[in-house]
Design a protein around this ligand. Structure first.
Ligand code: FES
Length: 124
């Protein structure tokens, strides 16, 4: 089972668990305002270690059209398939206007995911 480190604290998570749900399961109120469909970017995280070298097309398109590509990853588009260390950036606690973190994401990545090597998406 992979280790997930969040803000310096480490938890064991189920292999293949959706990252946004693993973060939430560890007690961090990370945003997922679109319900995990790669639309809102509130599930964004900074990777400190273990960043996947693959990405869904939905994540790539959303990050590039919000000028976030290369800075953050969308935790709703990532499965815990290795040890990872992340910093969640948008939480209920730092968004005073929110009543909640958003609709509960499904257990599997949505929209139906296919992962591509990042350099294939960027055309490099
Ligand atoms: S982009 Fe909305 S939950 Fe991930």
């Amino acid at each position: 089972m992979p280790n997930l480190t969040i803000n310096g604290e480490t938890f064991e998570v189920a292999t293949g668990e959706r990252l946004v749900l693993a973060i939430e399961g560890s007690g961090v109120n990370i945003g997922h305002r679109c319900g995990g469909y790669a639309r809102c970017t509130t599930c964004r995280v900074e990777f400190e270690a273990g960043e996947p070298e693959v990405m869904t097309k939905a994540e790539y398109e959303r990050l590039t059209n919000r000028d976030l590509f290369g800075q953050v990853r969308l935790s709703c588009q990532i499965e815990c398939d290795r040890d990872m260390s992340v910093k969640p950036l948008i939480t209920l606690e730092n968004e005073p206007a929110w009543q909640d973190t958003g609709p509960t994401p499904e257990e599997t990545v949505t929209p139906e995911a296919e992962w591509f090597p990042i350099e294939m998406l960027t055309g490099e």
